[in-house]
Design a protein around this ligand. Structure first.
Ligand code: GLN
Length: 295
């Protein structure tokens, strides 16, 4: 069989079986992409390499290895877990069962973070705290783009923080990011110019409706309590003691939660409040200015 034929058969395999993906789930099935990423990893190439080598034969050993990876995918394991990494912001992040796999939508948070950094007067060094950092995706992407910013990254999970530190060591020059093991602001002192967070925000009763591969991710990174806003509420209340006047709080949430969050932010005296759309045009990140007064 040629590489092109193997790829077509792999895609067909991932299409024909009914995936354990629910309609409500993110990370919907992308059979052609999944088949290609898995084959590329077996052949130690990338997707361009696959196209260039389309007419070449695939060895029996490689075929066998590919079949095993396809089987794991069919059992509902995500491609990111099978490969052990996920591309985010053009960088390759190591992932493990201890962290949420970085989502393309979360690049909106990085973009918003860059905007906030760039609006800052360059007279003093900008400091940024990324809460619920998980794999470190947001913190590392921001530090990668704006090396002069002092970036702190915190997570309640020491295992997640170890993954973030590994990613930082691989993707950034020293000193990289400063990791802090903390339940939100519990062990954080001082004030920052910018705080970013992609906290768990899935309403608890929606978790059983998520795709199998999402449900296998750490519950700690998804479960936001009854209405999904438990951590967001804590962040926006406690954040006022950790933002500098003129600073910005940036949080990712579900588009359906945005109006409620905007109301909560307003009640706490944040302004201005703006929403930033994700790739599909839905509001995914909310930005709130901290005026310094306690409204
Ligand atoms: N967008 C994520 C998902 O539904 C939710 C991640 C989160 O709670 N921060 O897969």
């Amino acid at each position: 069989m040629t590489l092109g034929e193997v790829l077509a058969a792999g895609t067909a395999r991932l299409t024909s079986r009914s995936f354990p993906v629910s309609p409500a789930a993110q990370g919907a099935a992308t059979p052609a992409l999944d088949a290609a990423l898995l084959l590329a990893s077996v052949l130690k190439t990338d997707r361009t390499g696959l196209i260039l080598r389309e007419a070449e034969p695939v060895s029996a050993g490689d075929l066998q290895q590919y079949a095993r990876l396809l089987e794991r995918r069919l059992e509902g394991e995500s491609v990111a877990w099978i490969l052990g990494y996920k591309e985010f912001w053009g960088l390759s992040f190591t992932v493990s069962p201890e962290v949420l796999v970085p989502r393309p939508d979360t690049e909106t948070l990085v973009e918003a973070g860059l905007g906030a950094i760039d609006r800052f007067p360059a007279t003093e060094p900008c400091t940024l705290l990324d809460l619920c950092t998980g794999s470190g995706a947001v913190a590392i992407a921001l530090k990668h783009e704006r090396p002069a910013v002092e970036v702190y990254a915190s997570d309640i999970s020491s295992a997640a923080l170890a993954v973030a530190q590994g990613n930082a060591a691989r993707l950034l020059p020293e000193p990289g990011i400063y990791p802090i093991e903390s339940d939100l602001f519990h062990r954080i002192t001082g004030r920052f110019h910018i705080i970013t967070a992609n906290p768990p925000y899935v309403p608890r009763d929606r978790i059983p409706t998520l795709a199998l591969e999402v449900r296998r991710e750490p519950r700690l990174s998804l479960d936001g309590g009854v209405d999904g806003l438990d951590l967001i509420r804590r962040i926006l209340v406690q954040g006022k003691a950790h933002l500098r006047p003129g600073g910005t709080l940036l949080m990712e949430a579900d588009p359906g939660q945005m109006q409620t969050i905007a109301g909560l932010l307003k009640a706490q005296g944040y302004r201005p409040i703006t929403m930033i759309p994700d790739l599909s045009g839905m509001p995914r990140v909310i930005a709130a200015g901290f005026t310094g007064s306690d409204a």
